[in-house]
Ligand binder design. Structure first.
Ligand code: CA
Length: 227
């Protein structure tokens, strides 16, 4: 899971980064609202943790702007205890959950696990889009209409999962590369196309009408025009 942390208090940020990395999350940290917004809009994060009071732009504004741009990344807002109304504003702004400072690390980790499950948007471990279903436990791809199914590789699964989570949007090759292979993924850059072709073959194997459309010069989009 890749987390975005936007927090301007140095010691807090440092402690959170250390804690989250120990818990095996990949964490990127920004200390102001402007860079924080740009980061969440890159749409490569599974969860965003936003402090409310930030230089440049506050956490609520980041959340509102991101939601307006159809970014669905779950947002956990960190609020100071004195800012009780923030709770309301935070949920109105498009935040999914809030945590009042100071908080127990156990509590933070529990919230993150809950939001992480929501990211997958899975009902009983099944993700669906158009005429296809993805089983999160077995990595099986199936098509209801044809009754066919096939097992995906981990990367193929993650590509489809990412496309389903962002249905209706075009994902760039770069977003896919970073999301699936991580940063420092230059050498893997061309693999996006290779894996797209593998994934498409699996879609046609199960005779799905759902397709991965390439948008020239932009990226890829999941489409199912025919169901
Ligand atoms: Ca702050």
């Amino acid at each position: 899971m890749r987390l975005l942390l936007v927090e301007d208090e140095k010691r807090m940020a440092q402690a959170l980064c250390e804690l989250l990395r120990l818990e095996k999350y990949e964490v990127d940290h920004y200390d102001d609202g402007i860079n924080g917004l740009a980061a969440i809009e890159s749409n490569i994060y599974d969860i965003a943790i936003l402090d409310v009071m930030l230089p440049g732009m506050n956490g609520f504004e980041i959340a509102q702007k991101a939601r307006k741009r159809s970014i669905v990344t779950p947002i956990l807002m960190l609020t100071a205890k004195a800012e009780l109304d923030d709770k309301v504003t935070g949920l109105d702004s498009g935040a999914d959950d809030y945590l009042t400072k100071p908080f127990m690390t156990k509590e933070l980790l529990a919230r993150l696990r809950a939001l992480g499950r929501r990211t997958l948007n899975a009902t009983d471990g099944v993700l669906s889009y158009g005429d296809i279903k993805l089983e999160t436990g077995t990595l099986a791809l199936s098509c209801a209409a044809s009754g066919e199914s096939v097992r995906l590789s981990e990367k193929e699964y993650r590509i489809l999962e990412y496309l389903i989570a962002n249905k209706g949007q075009i994902l760039t090759r770069e977003q896919l590369a970073v999301k699936i292979w991580g940063f420092d993924s230059d050498s893997e850059y061309n693999n996006v196309e290779v894996y797209m072709s593998f994934t498409r073959k699996k879609l046609s194997f199960v005779k799905a009408k759902t397709e991965i459309k390439a948008v020239r010069g932009v990226g890829y989009e999941l489409r199912c025009d025919d169901v």
